[in-house]
Design a binder for this molecule. Sequence first.
Ligand SMILES: NC(=O)C1=CN([C@@H]2O[C@H](COP(=O)(O)OP(=O)(O)OC[C@H]3O[C@@H](n4cnc5c(N)ncnc54)[C@H](O)[C@@H]3O)[C@@H](O)[C@H]2O)C=CC1
Ligand SMILES: CC(C)=CCC[C@@H](C)[C@H]1CC[C@H]2C3=C(CC[C@]12C)[C@@]1(C)CCC(=O)C[C@@H]1CC3
Length: 345
Amino acid sequence: MATRIRPSSKRCAVIGGSGFLGRYLVEQLVDRGYSVSVFDIRQGYEIPGVTFHQGDLCDKQALLAALQGVSLVFHCASPAPSCDDRALFHRVNIDGTQTVLKACQEAGVQKMVLTSSASVVYEGTDIKDGKEDLPYAKKPIDYYTETKIQQERLVLEACDTEKGFLTVAIRPHGIFGPRDPQLVPILVDTARRGKMKFIIGDGKNLVDFTFVENVVHGHILAAERLRPESPLCGKAYHITNDEPVYFWDFMSQVLVGLGYDPPKYRLPYQLVYVLAMVLWLLVLFLRPVLQLRPTFTPMRVALAGTHHFYSCARAKQDMGYQPLVSLKDGIARTVESYAHLRKAA
Ligand SMILES: NC(=O)C1=CN([C@@H]2O[C@H](COP(=O)(O)OP(=O)(O)OC[C@H]3O[C@@H](n4cnc5c(N)ncnc54)[C@H](O)[C@@H]3O)[C@@H](O)[C@H]2O)C=CC1
Ligand SMILES: CC(C)=CCC[C@@H](C)[C@H]1CC[C@H]2C3=C(CC[C@]12C)[C@@]1(C)CCC(=O)C[C@@H]1CC3
């Protein structure tokens, strides 16, 4: 029989630690004196003292090897929302998360912090100052959201104070910052292709964009405050910058910061949404013969034209959360870091 190493409270594992958020989390944990193991299907970087375990989270044996002696697990792995592969989302976010839970329990892990998403309650229509008690979306906008809902449910239901296995879910929204592979690169690519000329709707829809270091701060606070007697057990928490911003102002600030023109012509939201729907149906119809990836998907149009901002009052109350970096500073640091994506003079 394999000998089990006794878990140490400062020993943690970050599943998905090679990703955008995961790497920031690892760096901050190391700075705070944790000993960190990363488990991911890819190794993106090296940090002295951090152990990398390359593997698929659907493989319990591979996970067990990485979880030896670990008392705290952060699970922030997921396929990218843009991949649109239902089977993959299901396999990783649902079946894989069940495997992670089993492996944690077998390895004697005591706490697990899941990176969920605020979009688990979003159905493509306005959410203003949404609280955590909103019901899960009955009609999720995509497969990513559908499987994030089931993932969050599984993790929160696994919380069991008697067995000594505690869980909590963090729901960030619109994470951005230096090294983000999605938001700024998609935006710049769209601008370079001359498709960032239009504002969808009246331009006054408020949205949360959250600087990555604030998201990390929320995760670490949650881990450190998660105890058998604490209110965090089995609960979900919104973590945002707590400064909702007009979606189109945020986009314009990033674009202008990088030397591109901001969008200025208005298009009615309903019209663009219907056009995106038609285009999407056409793409589905042509899929057997032609692989197309339209910029304007119904999901993206909804994100760009509706309100979706969330209250983080519960995180403030239960874990003393306050954002550390303001939106203004976060945008400035992000723009500065993407010098290579600046418009050529
Ligand atoms: N980026 C955002 O705006 C938001 C992200 N989230 C959540 O935050 C988490 C982290 O997201 P990002 O850092 O943006 O994504 P990312 O794509 O940069 O990182 C995800 C990591 O998971 C790893 N991974 C994927 N499948 C795996 C598998 N089968 N086994 C092991 N590792 C696997 C990937 O290799 C990658 O390193 C995800 O759970 C995502 O759903 C939630 C809300 C907003
Ligand atoms: C707050 C939140 C959930 C942000 C999510 C980030 C991405 C979904 C956005 C990042 C760049 C955005 C973008 C569009 C939609 C939403 C994003 C992909 C458009 C495609 C919307 C329609 C346009 O006019 C072009 C936009 C490019 C950038």
